[in-house]
Design a protein around this ligand. Structure first.
Ligand code: SF4
Length: 539
């Protein structure tokens, strides 16, 4: 392919070596299989590697595999051989998008990878990442985890550049009319013809607001950067013959890289034949995402030096001390509730057991479920072990309640399977506020904790008792100082300016009035109503 060329759309390699179109799923059924049961979704996972002599596309593939939980709608890899960047991306899971022939064609010494869940924009091929842009001197490919909150401002900047200089219409670069924050960012980085990409990044990054853990590349250099709050994780690792950056330490483990350190909030890294350079583009003001500790990150990942598994165990222990109950057995809602359930069992002395078996792969299908199959609901995902739970007073430990539909169906299933009592314990406080920094919860109107008391939620889900861990105990369990954590989905106190009003209305507060202000009081007025009032009446 020509310099900077990319494969447009789903491609496969024919016997003659020519790329030909093949049909793919649209990636959406991962969630649409059971739309009412969807949990919080992370925006994305990112991975980058600079390692001459290594199979960088395959390393990236395995890195993305370890980050698949962070984005399951599309996946992509960009590789450079020093003179051209080749991007391959498509809808679907990492293993559905790539096979041996694709990876074998992606040759080079430098690669980035991305797996995406769409928090803004549709789940379509055009929005899959890495994004790609031609520049005056070459090309750029970029992957982004997080959500920018000043997309409107950035769009104006791009328009001004186009009006002033007209130089964004570079060969191979379509005229930009996108509201995708990542596409805008890529365009801004690509629009400085007179300076290096590194210098352009130092000029552009301070203009961004919100959450961004970025990996990007030109033909010769791997770059990584993290927003001044460090909301989403990003770590640096070392290979014997190169460097790796990834959303989580678990992705370093899988490719045999040792953890060097976290990319600092407000830091830009550049890695090339001259080694690793670190530049600071903003003063750090750490506000890491608390929900990464509760649910989002893998248990075998560490954030800020704290093991996620150890933090979740501790959440369970503290929950047991805060909300004890007489019971015969502690069971987790697998798999995310498992460490906290073990902790609850340890602190309470109530035996731990596996009362539910998870069918791990059912949500990973592209097969359209019929209405009959949809009606099976949670049974598609979880199956009770009758002999374990029959006649028992159960403590059921889960990480969070979003809509409450999952817990309601689960409790009904456990009672049908013979449970004598069902006491629900949750290892996070009630989620009441939307996330603007890259996590897709339900809309505020759907959040069951938004407008209901804990006892009303208990009644809604049909539990004998319900208790949440307190925010203070949750924060203690992380061992991170409270002032260094974003807790906004629990408190409504947002550490970074909220998005422009039109983006609140368009992407987050769907179905609500669009004439809103972006201050927290205004938001409170919108989301503080009885948004979940009908939860008491739900079947
Ligand atoms: S609002 Fe919640 S999910 Fe979003 S970054 Fe803050 S703590 Fe994380």
């Amino acid at each position: 392919m020509s310099r900077g060329a990319r494969c447009r759309g789903p491609c496969g390699r024919s016997a003659g070596g020519r790329l030909v179109a093949v049909s793919r799923g649209d990636g959406r059924l991962n969630h649409e299989l059971l739309p009412d049961e969807k949990g919080p979704q992370d925006a994305c996972g990112v991975f980058g590697v600079w390692a001459p002599g290594e199979e960088v596309a395959k390393l990236t593939y395995f890195g993305l595999y370890a980050l698949q939980h962070r984005g399951q709608e599309s996946a992509g890899i960009a590789v450079s051989n020093g003179s051209q960047i080749l991007v391959y991306k498509d809808m679907g899971l990492v293993a559905q998008v790539f096979d041996e022939s694709h990876l074998s064609a992606l040759l080079g010494h430098l690669a980035i990878g991305h797996c995406r869940y769409s928090t803004t924009g549709s789940s379509v091929w055009e929005n899959a990442q890495p994004t790609f842009r031609a520049t005056a001197t070459g090309s750029i490919a970029l992957g982004h985890n997080g959500n920018l909150t000043n997309t409107g401002e950035l769009a104006k900047l791009v328009d001004e550049l186009v009006a002033e200089r007209g130089e964004l219409n570079l060969p191979g670069t379509p005229r930009l009319r996108s509201t995708s924050d990542t596409d805008l960012l890529t365009t801004l980085l690509a629009s400085h013809p007179d300076v290096s990409l590194e210098a352009a990044a130092l000029a552009v990054l301070p203009k961004l607001r919100g959450a961004y853990s970025l990996v990007w590349m030109d033909e010769s250099t791997l770059y990584a950067a993290r927003d001044p709050q460090g909301i989403r994780p990003l770590v640096l690792g070392k290979l014997e013959r190169g460097w790796v950056v990834a959303s989580e330490t678990a992705a370093l483990d899988i490719v045999g890289a040792s953890v060097v350190r976290e990319v600092e909030p407000g830091e830009l890294l550049a890695i090339d034949e001259h080694g690793l350079r670190s530049r600071r583009f903003a003063d750090p003001a750490p506000k890491g995402c608390l929900f990464e500790f509760v649910y989002l990150a893998r248990p075998d990942t560490s954030i800020s030096g704290r093991s996620i598994h150890a933090a979740r165990l501790e959440m369970g222990r503290r929950l047991a001390l805060e909300a004890p109950v007489e019971a015969d057995l502690v069971i987790p809602v697998p798999e995310s509730g498992t460490p906290a359930a073990i902790g609850y069992s340890q602190a309470s002395g109530i035996p731990f057991g596996q009362g539910l078996v998870k069918n791990s792969y059912v949500g990973r299908t592209f097969i359209q479920p019929s209405q009959t199959i949809r009606q099976l609901g949670i049974r598609l995902k979880l199956n009770p072990l009758r002999q374990v739970i029959q006649g028992k007073r159960l403590v059921v430990v889960d990480d969070s309640i979003v809509r409450g539909n999952t817990q309601r169906a689960l409790i009904r299933m456990l009672r049908e399977a013979g449970a004598a009592e069902v006491h629900v314990r949750i290892s996070s406080p009630p989620v009441k506020w939307p996330c603007f920094y890259g996590i897709d919860f339900a809309s505020p109107a759907e959040l069951v904790a938004n407008g209901l008391t804990v006892d009303q939620i208990r009644a809604s889900i049909g539990a004998d008792s319900l208790a949440y861990i307190s925010l203070d105990e949750l924060v203690e369990a992380t061992t991170i100082a409270a002032e260094r954590l974003c807790q906004a989905c629990f408190t409504g106190e947002y550490p970074v300016a909220l998005p422009d009003p039109e983006f609140l209305g368009k992407h987050v507060l769907e179905g609500m009035e669009r004439a809103i202000t972006a201050d927290v009081d205004g938001l409170a007025a919108l989301v503080g109503g009885a948004g979940a009032a009908d939860a008491l009446k739900r079947p």
